[in-house]
Write a protein that binds this ligand. Sequence first.
Ligand SMILES: Cc1cc2nc3c(=O)[nH]c(=O)nc-3n(C[C@H](O)[C@H](O)[C@H](O)COP(=O)(O)OP(=O)(O)OC[C@H]3O[C@@H](n4cnc5c(N)ncnc54)[C@H](O)[C@@H]3O)c2cc1C
Length: 380
Amino acid sequence: MPETPFIAVGGGLAGAAFALELARHGAPALVLESTRTAHHKVCGEFLSAEAQALATYLGLDLKAMGATSIATFRLASGRSHAEAPLPFRGAGLSRYRLDQALLDAAEAAGAEIVRGVTVGELEALEGRVVVTAGKRRFAGRAAALATGKHSLRALPRPPSDMVGFKIQLRVTQVALRHLAGVVQLAMFDGGYVGACIVEDDLVPLCWVLHRDLLQRIGADWPAQSAYFSQSAKIVAELLHDAVPKWEKPVAVAAIPYGYLRSQIIAPTIFPVGDQLAVIPSLTGDGMAIALYSGIAAAQAVLAGEDAAKFQERLVDRLRPQFRWAGIVNRLFDTRILHRPSVAFAGALPGLVTWIAQSTRLRGFEDVMERPKPIRSGLKA
Ligand SMILES: Cc1cc2nc3c(=O)[nH]c(=O)nc-3n(C[C@H](O)[C@H](O)[C@H](O)COP(=O)(O)OP(=O)(O)OC[C@H]3O[C@@H](n4cnc5c(N)ncnc54)[C@H](O)[C@@H]3O)c2cc1C
């Protein structure tokens, strides 16, 4: 059985950040990723200030990668909408580009990336971690559980009836001008739909629905887009003459919003990203949590901290942010509050900016205070 000291199971943002942070401190790391090439993910592709700072710490130049700049939040329901300044400057960049860049950076720093490997089991056995993928097995001293939106069978997360979708659009010049510098969310009965602009003037449209609504309207793009267009005027305007880049949206089911993993898996197995915590998507901060927890897990491993302490520390750090995000999520989920919320946002944009600030990751700067990485020297 091949042996690498540190293994990331899943090569999304959290797993790649874990491997990159270890590799650039000279520690051998392996990433096992199920997809074979860069791929599109269900994500609104809005990067918060925290996500941008953490990506920059990891060595990415988001602007050079084509990230757009976003300064305004727009909230809509039915025929009305309101705008408020974001408490920071956000960015738009596709996950297709971002995730691959992070894996490339991890590889360049010395991590081994193995794609096309779908892990079935991750266990702690006799003082080491053992990863099983079909007939292949890998062993190491510690692992990051970084499978994101997909749980391993033996390590489930709670059930949920929330389903997420994304499709990439080419929109008209008029629609592009209206969306420039903006991240927008439109609420409807049973879910919400968000949009911003990413590189090359592409628009990812991303939405979340309760399963019963999905059963009513159907999973195909024409039916869903017709439903959104009826539900919010700004979405109808965005979709007018828009051309989808793919035949059907990418989708993910059973998103356990609000989940914070309390159960410890093993002292050597570090849950990171969506396997540690799932913030409601409307906050646009899940990527920050993924990057933060991946880096923090790598630093915990380097410092000899066990996974239980790491997990308790991170969950405590995330709790206040999750409390606020949960309140906002309930508001989005209560149809009679949609119109008053838009009216309120129009009347008190400063309060909206303050609420947006309350749903952010706090104290993330601590992982960036570590001494500058060395590329070799540490013997793991
Ligand atoms: C609808 C929606 C909209 C969102 N919008 C935003 C947003 O605008 N901004 C924001 O910051 N966050 C957003 N998020 C949250 C964000 O997408 C996640 O928090 C983030 O992707 C988590 O990163 P991760 O690395 O944990 O998981 P993922 O990005 O899901 O990566 C996990 C990786 O593991 C791989 N994998 C899975 N199973 C296995 C296996 N068994 N073996 C090997 N590999 C495996 C997958 O292929 C994948 O590459 C949104 C989420 C949803 C659902």
